[in-house]
Design a protein around this ligand. Structure first.
Ligand code: NAD
Length: 392
């Protein structure tokens, strides 16, 4: 049974789906692996390292796809690669399910496509497959470094011969995995941090990291709704959005650095920073919009561009921060994929004899694709020639 790795289709992506270490783990499980030549290069994994780990090298994505039962990828496959799929193949990656226009083709080809973003995150057995968390953790850290780099003053307080330098004031909007890591990183650099989220549960987490909670008033009804969503973002009322805008406006008028992380899977990111607030911000202040790729939390942010407003505020449209830490984010992503692939292996038949080399493994490796399994059922966006998105 062969697992393939195709190169990312977009130039802005430096990550690779499997690392040489992941290849070794899969080889141990009994899989063969084939990787598209150069797929790991931008993450500092040369073809030779894959060969040393036991993988074959193929010259094109088409060559990888034709040989593989399972195809792993970082992002959605290109239209050409999707066209090369055949019945029964499995595709695993961050397939951007809600914006992916190729799902009909995956289904028409008879492929089972698993979109890792759809993982049921509260399931404890799914936690080691959580690509959103592993990537957001690194992104939250790097967002602070990007901000520090753009900012023309230091983060920590300094006592100098010429006077005292005040610490930077950092505001984090959206305190999920990325936001929490951003708070921790900004605190480590000596900044003063404030943060807000529409999940009241985030308050305690912010405070435990030494940040100050920016409170947005919430009606009894909304407090109930927040509880009922089991810790995930809920759709705020107009009144909440108005109150939040006022809190954000006040906090940002004094801020040096703002990092926004608020995203809602499958939907446009909420607009949290409006033009009226931007005009009140200090010259030289920096906003990192981590939701720039899904509509932007900051009015006027442009994915993969840094713009400077008339009043000297710099807005960084950070669409793919994990790619900037490609070596580490590939390691973690590949581990998440290996953990998922491991759960696909069918249990050995009682009468299947164990291999001599690996006594615990069956001689023939089979995969058990099962839509009744709560993880597989949640991740599968195409199966049995059907698009399943929305049927969960
Ligand atoms: P995310 O990337 O989807 O969003 C980032 C943050 O933005 C979230 O905290 C969200 O509440 C917030 N947000 C969204 N809309 C907002 C708005 N209009 N105003 C203010 N804030 C807004 O978040 P994430 O990092 O994927 O985490 C989402 C949730 O999932 C969190 O509760 C997190 O703790 C939880 N989670 C649970 C597990 C687990 O149980 N194993 C694993 C990972 C994450």
């Amino acid at each position: 049974m062969k697992i393939g790795v195709v190169s990312a289709d977009v130039a802005s992506e430096s990550r690779v789906a499997l690392t040489p270490d992941a290849v070794k783990k899969l080889r141990k499980l009994g899989f063969e692996v084939v990787i598209q030549s150069g797929a790991g290069q931008a993450a500092y994994y040369a073809d030779e390292l894959y060969q040393a780990a036991g993988a074959d090298i193929a010259n094109s994505s088409a060559e990888v796809i034709i040989q593989s039962q399972v195809i792993t990828t970082v992002n959605a496959l290109s239209a050409e690669a999707t066209d090369d799929l055949s019945s029964g193949q499995i595709v695993i990656g961050m397939l951007d399910p809600y914006r992916n226009t190729q799902l009909d083709t995956y289904a028409a080809k008879g492929a089972t496509a698993f979109a890792m973003e759809l993982l049921p995150r509260t399931l404890s057995r799914a936690q080691n497959m959580d690509v959103l968390s592993s990537q957001a953790n690194l992104a939250g850290y790097k967002a602070v470094l990007l901000a520090a780099n753009e900012y023309s003053r230091p983060f920590p307080m300094f006592m100098t011969s010429a006077g005292t330098v005040k610490p930077a004031k950092v505001v984090i909007l959206g305190v999920g995995v990325a936001g929490l890591q951003a708070i921790a990183t900004a605190k480590r650099l000596g900044a003063v941090v404030e943060a807000s989220d529409l999940r009241p549960a985030a308050k305690e987490q912010v405070e435990s990291l030494g940040g100050k909670w920016l409170d947005v008033p919430m009606s009894e009804d909304e407090a109930q709704k927040a509880k009922a969503t089991g810790g995930y973002a809920w759709t705020p009322s107009e009144q909440y959005i108005k109150d939040q805008a006022a809190v954000v406006d006040k906090a940002l008028s004094n801020a040096d650095i703002v990092i926004t992380t608020a995203q809602i899977p499958g939907r446009q990111a909420p607009r949290l920073v409006h033009q009226a607030t931007l005009t009140k911000m200090k010259a030289g202040s920096v906003l990192i919009d981590m939701a720039a790729g899904t509509g932007g939390n900051v009015e006027g942010s442009v994915p993969n561009e840094t713009i400077t407003t008339d009043n000297g505020v710099r807005i960084v449209g950070a669409a793919n921060i994990p790619s900037m830490l490609a070596a580490q984010s590939s390691d973690l992503y590949a581990n998440n994929l290996v953990n998922f692939i491991t759960t696909l292996i069918a249990p050995a038949n009682d009468d299947a004899s164990a291999s001599d080399a690996s006594p615990n493994l069956p001689l023939t490796l089979a995969l058990n694709v099962d839509m009744e399994d709560e993880i597989q059922g949640a991740l599968a966006v195409t199966h049995d020639s059907q698009v399943r998105l929305g049927k969960r």
